[in-house]
Write a protein that binds this ligand. Structure first.
Ligand SMILES: NC(=O)C1=CN([C@@H]2O[C@H](COP(=O)(O)OP(=O)(O)OC[C@H]3O[C@@H](n4cnc5c(N)ncnc54)[C@H](OP(=O)(O)O)[C@@H]3O)[C@@H](O)[C@H]2O)C=CC1
Ligand SMILES: O=C(O)[C@@H]1CCC=N1
Length: 269
């Protein structure tokens, strides 16, 4: 199976739809992409910049696609599924990236033989560094799962999880970039306070986060052990760590993931 043989359609070209389209084209420049949205200026921009086929008619996107990615808000997903049901024939694979919405809720709105896969990617798909998880619906085949994994692995890393863990994934990696951007900004603010120029501070802060993440992924070492490698006795780092611990940093990040997961569960109700 070659991904470039597949035509991929996007319903919704907002922040995440555009991120996925840019990421996929970055990885597979010759792939055929179709996209529809209610907002015509955004479609025109994508057509001008990326040369993809665009339309305000979702049916046009679906008819032309082998894989249909639903990149619309969870709150309007049900209504759109009712509109597109008859266009989703059994030869198409549907991929929903909507936070919280269970596979069963999607399958209930579509024809009973529809193959559906649920994916939680993240915004770093734009730069091919997304962390994604997938789970498969009732009619999705092993090959469908492979296709979905191939698409999302070309945008970063992707794993398969049982559906009951998708809310946890959403709270962690789906929302996670938004927890780290303020961390980068705040670290840079600290260095600006100490006199560094803003541009250098942001570059150093971002590269520091990138490098720390790469060390976790590539060394396989525990994050605590890596932290200890930086932390000299009576040195600078332990003073910074002490301050972070006094601020309750671990509970703050744990609670962010837990609360976001809880919101994902609410969206599914
Ligand atoms: N943003 C993120 O980082 C992530 C988002 N997700 C999921 O991705 C999905 C999209 O999120 P996001 O991109 O942030 O949201 P956006 O609001 O940016 O994008 C949704 C797009 O769909 C358009 N739209 C509305 N109605 C229709 C319709 N009937 N037909 C076609 N398009 C329509 C919207 O237009 P208009 O604005 O004019 O209504 C908008 O451009 C959500 O389900 C979210 O849970 C998943 C992982 C990460
Ligand atoms: O905030 C949201 O609801 C979406 C889902 C994950 C990231 N953004």
């Amino acid at each position: 199976m070659h991904l470039t043989d597949k035509k991929i359609g996007f319903i919704g070209t907002g922040k995440m739809g555009e991120s996925l389209i840019r990421g996929i084209l970055g990885a597979h420049s010759d792939i055929s992409i179709y996209a529809s949205d209610v907002y015509e200026p955004a479609l025109k921009k994508l057509n001008n910049e990326l040369g993809i086929s665009v339309s305000t008619d979702n049916a046009h996107t679906i008819v032309n696609s082998d894989i249909v990615v639903l990149a619309i808000k969870p709150q309007i997903l049900k209504g759109i599924l009712a509109q597109i049901k008859d266009d989703i024939t059994s030869d198409k694979l549907v991929i929903s990236i909507a936070a919280g919405v269970p596979l069963a809720a999607i399958e209930d709105e579509l024809n009973s033989d529809t193959r559906v896969i649920r994916v939680m990617p993240n915004i770093a798909a734009t730069v091919a560094e997304a962390a994604s998880a997938i789970c498969t619906g009732t009619n999705a085949t092993a090959e469908d799962a492979e296709v979905a994994l191939e698409v999302f692995r070309s945008l970063g890393s992707a794993i398969e999880v049982p559906e009951k863990l998708m809310d946890a994934v959403t709270g962690l990696s789906g929302s996670g970039p938004a927890y780290i951007f303020p961390v980068i900004e705040a670290m840079a603010d600290g260095a600006v306070y100490e006199g560094l120029d803003r541009a250098s501070a942001i570059t150093l802060a971002a590269q520091t986060v990138l490098g720390a993440a790469k060390m976790v992924l590539e060394t396989g070492m525990h994050p605590g052990e890596l932290k200890d490698m930086v932390t000299s006795p009576a040195g600078t780092t332990i003073r910074g760590i002490h301050t972070l611990e006094e601020s309750g940093i671990r509970a703050a990040f744990m609670n962010a993931v837990i609360e976001s997961s809880t919101r994902s569960k609410e969206l599914g109700k």
